[in-house]
Design a protein around this ligand. Sequence first.
Ligand SMILES: [Zn+2]
Ligand SMILES: [Zn+2]
Length: 349
Amino acid sequence: MAEVSDQTSEAPPASAPSRPARSAARRELGRGERLLPGIYRLRLPLPWPGVPHCNAWAVACRGGYVLFDTGMNQPDSLQNLQRALAMCGIEIADIRLIVCTHAHSDHCGQAPVIAELAGCEIWMHPSHELLNSMVEDPDAVFARRVEVARQSGVPAEPLERYAAERKTGQTGFAGVIEPARDLVNGVVVRSDLGDWTVYETPGHSPSHVCLFQPERRLLISGDHLLGRISLYFEYGNSPDPVGEFLNSLDVVERLGARLCLPGHGRTFADVHAHIQGNRRLVRERLEKVAEAIGGQERTAFEVVPLLYGDALSAGNAHWLISKTLAYLTHLERIGQARRIAGEPERWTA
Ligand SMILES: [Zn+2]
Ligand SMILES: [Zn+2]
């Protein structure tokens, strides 16, 4: 049975509020291990409490490797990747191709640096607006976030703290990515273990794809499916992230994967149970949101504690508000919620 949580385990998106780095004494290092012959898990540290690592996967291909995901761009991130690769007998120069599951910094932030060193291409889904705008004008992205939060009823004080913290924050992206190839449905990534087919799986992010190796029934799942069930929806870059996510669960369920190689945490085999667990958690959240606005007019900010029991802080505000707005928007689309325009905006069932 999959462990369930959508509060603490999911990687904050690319753009999550900046948080203090761990002390040097507790700093994690990149680590690599063989999963199967020709497939290596590279466990790369993240500076986010509650999300200590992300995974990249190196898969053998023509005397070198395809690198699926990259870790985020931080001062020591290249050394950590090199360290993890070295534990598997791989060098950066062995990388023939970089494939990114989605445009969050922990999955593609370091891609331009690696591509430059290895002289290889980057392949990615075309909907990576978040990444481009974050690299080109992070202040505008944060300003928009503050505006969405204000509009959602978040009081001035935590907003000011968030805005102030952001000013010193790093984005986690090394630079703009111009993919040599768009990862859309049906694109194939070749490897010594067979071909991996791209399936578009938006929801967590509009740029999200999973890659399936049909003979071995292996699924590189990014953040679409994680061992510890957790939900995050990138709000504002697509019409209905929750609805998109539910459709993407159907897409992946039809594949019949036997082993999932996720973007965070260990591999897991009970893929079907995880898909069911995700559906169940979304349904529960939607019911709670619907309940919270039943016979009431509430702001998204007022719904958050009813949903998560957490007080909003500068550290989680953007993240929890995004998810709550994604649920409200989905309820609106299925005719169970109504948006009441105003300052702030309110919602009712
Ligand atoms: Zn992630
Ligand atoms: Zn992500």
